[in-house]
Design a protein around this ligand. Structure first.
Ligand code: GLN
Length: 235
C-alpha cells in the first residue's frame, strides 16, 4: 500500500509534505507507521504542484526510491504552491515498476494518486485505455474520463470507487485527487487522515507529524476540501 499526501491552503513547498515533518513521505517511504500492506515504499515516488500562471500542474515522478534522488530536496523546496500532492509507491505484486505506473497521474488540471489494489479486470471497462497496465493507471484513466465528461471531482472519484468495489469486493481504493482549487479523497480499505490548520488542510494516508488535530477519516468515506471548508461524506 503506497502512501500519499496533499495540501490545500497558503502557498507551501513540497518539502512540507516530504522532508520537513517528522513522519513526512520520506520517512514513510522506509518506515511508515500505519501501513497495512507492504513494509516499505521504495518502488518510486511522484509529486505535483500548480504554478501561478498556468492551471495545469507540474508533475515529477521517478521509479527510484525517494531517498536516492539527490536533486529532490532542492526541487521540493523550490516547488511552492497553494495546492500540492505527493506519493511514495510500493508496487503491488504483478504490477510494473515504470514511470507510467507511478502517481501522481495527471490529465488537464488534475492530479491523482491511489493507495491500494484492485483487479485490473474490474476497472478496464471503466476507461478507454491507460498509460500503464498498473491497476492505479486504469483507475486514474477511469476518473479522468468522467472528469472530461464534466463530472465534479468528488462525484468522479466516488463513482469509480463504488463501481470498482462492487466488481472486486477485495479491492482497496483510497484515491487522492487535486484540481488546483480543491482536493478530493476516498477512504476505502486503507487509512486516511485529515488535518485542518490555520493556513490550510492536509489530507494524508497517515499523520505527517505528532501535532494534535489529525483526525482519522472513517472507512467508506469521501473527503472534499475547498477553500470554503471540508466535508466528509459517506461513500
Ligand atoms: N496497486 C498500486 C501500484 O501497484 C498501488 C500500490 C500501493 O498502494 N501500494 O502501484
Amino acid at each position: 500500500m503506497c502512501r500519499h499526501a496533499a495540501w490545500l491552503g497558503a502557498p507551501a513547498s513540497l518539502a512540507s509534505l516530504i522532508f520537513d515533518p517528522g513522519n513526512g513521505l520520506l520517512q514513510q517511504s522506509y518506515s511508515p507507521r500505519l501501513q497495512r500492506h507492504g513494509m516499505i515504499n521504495a518502488d518510486g515516488f511522484g509529486m505535483g504542484w500548480y504554478g501561478e500562471a498556468d492551471h495545469s500542474p507540474v508533475r515529477y515522478r521517478r521509479t527510484v526510491p525517494i531517498w536516492t534522488d539527490a536533486n529532490l530536496p532542492g526541487l521540493a523546496r523550490a516547488a511552492r504552491s497553494h495546492c500540492l500532492l505527493a506519493a511514495v509507491r510500493s508496487a503491488t505484486a504483478g504490477m510494473p515498476v515504470e514511470e507510467t505506473a507511478t502517481a501522481p497521474f495527471t490529465d488537464g488540471t488534475h492530479l491523482l494518486s491511489h493507495n491500494g489494489r484492485v483487479d485490473p479486470g474490474a476497472v478496464r471497462d471503466l476507461a478507454d485505455g491507460a498509460e500503464s497496465t498498473c491497476d492505479s493507471a486504469w483507475l486514474a484513466a477511469a476518473v479522468f474520463l468522467r472528469l472530461r465528461a464534466g463530472l465534479p471531482l468528488g462525484d468522479a472519484l466516488a463513482g469509480v470507487v463504488t463501481t470498482a468495489a462492487a466488481k472486486d469486493p477485495e479491492a482497496r481504493l483510497n484515491l487522492l485527487a487535486a484540481d488546483g482549487a480543491s482536493l478530493a479523497a476516498t477512504a476505502c480499505g486503507d487509512t486516511l487522515f485529515l488535518h485542518r490548520g490555520d493556513h490550510g488542510v492536509l489530507v494524508a494516508s497517515e499523520p505527517l507529524d505528532d501535532r494534535p488535530g489529525w483526525h482519522a477519516v472513517p472507512d467508506r468515506s469521501l473527503v472534499l476540501v475547498t477553500r470554503g471548508g471540508t466535508q466528509v461524506l459517506p461513500l
